[in-house]
Design a protein around this ligand. Structure first.
Ligand code: FES
Ligand code: FES
Length: 210
């Protein structure tokens, strides 16, 4: 049996850590020890919104519901999706203060008050959306939220770092597979539509960066 690499081991540990956190919250939810807490206020797609979130424990031991559920159930956001639930596929990606964030494992109590949260629901005819539609970059489209929001976070991060070049296909593939030096987050398409996804990100980048 091949020995697992350091990255495989790190991914396994990350998955176990996520499962323990989510599992702890779910058990508490079942035994009824979840308490209501004060509202969390954020700026969601440019608009100030507040809603309560459920949590258990306090201080460093606090666990709360995941940002993904809070956005979908309390704020009617349909863009972020539940894919793997353990930070491995990207389907739940939102931008939190400009950074691509996996909302399936991000607990609401760790989101700062008045944080800027951008979801796919808040994009209106963005070049990335148009390119995905024009090039039919998907089959079932379940992964598209992650592809669009992840690419938006990544391209914005590149621009903020002074890089306005259009990424080559190889760089886009590295982004999707989590092989960039600045990010090991990968984005999975279970339908295998990666060729058209790369083409869509490339086409959008040409429009965004010209
Ligand atoms: S659902 Fe969040 S990364 Fe897969
Ligand atoms: S198009 Fe189906 S998961 Fe990507």
């Amino acid at each position: 049996m091949p020995r697992s690499s350091t990255k495989d081991r790190e991914l396994r540990m990350q998955r176990i850590t996520c499962q323990v956190a989510v599992g702890g919250y779910r058990i508490a939810e079942r035994v009824g020890s979840i308490k209501g807490v004060a509202d969390r206020t954020i700026r969601l797609n440019g608009k100030k919104v507040s809603a309560p979130y459920r949590s258990v424990g306090a201080g460093a031991a606090e666990n709360s519901e995941q940002l993904l559920y809070w956005l979908r159930e309390r704020h009617d956001q349909h863009g972020p999706r539940f894919g793997c639930g353990v930070s491995q596929c990207g389907a739940c990606t939102v931008l939190l203060d400009g950074a691509a964030t996996r909302s399936c494992t991000r607990q609401v109590h760790t989101v700062p008050d008045m944080a800027e949260v951008l979801t796919l629901d808040g994009l209106r005819g963005h070049p990335l959306q148009r390119a995905f539609v024009t090039l039919q970059a998907g089959q079932c489209a379940f992964c598209v939220n992650g592809m669009v929001m992840g690419a938006l976070g990544w391209l914005s991060q590149r621009v903020a770092a002074g890089n306005r070049t259009v990424p080559a296909d190889e760089e886009i593939k590295d982004f999707l597979s989590g092989a960039l030096p600045e990010s090991d987050d990968n984005y999975i398409c279970r339908c295998g539509a990666h060729t058209r996804i790369v083409a869509a990100i490339s086409a959008a980048a040409k429009e965004m960066l010209r």
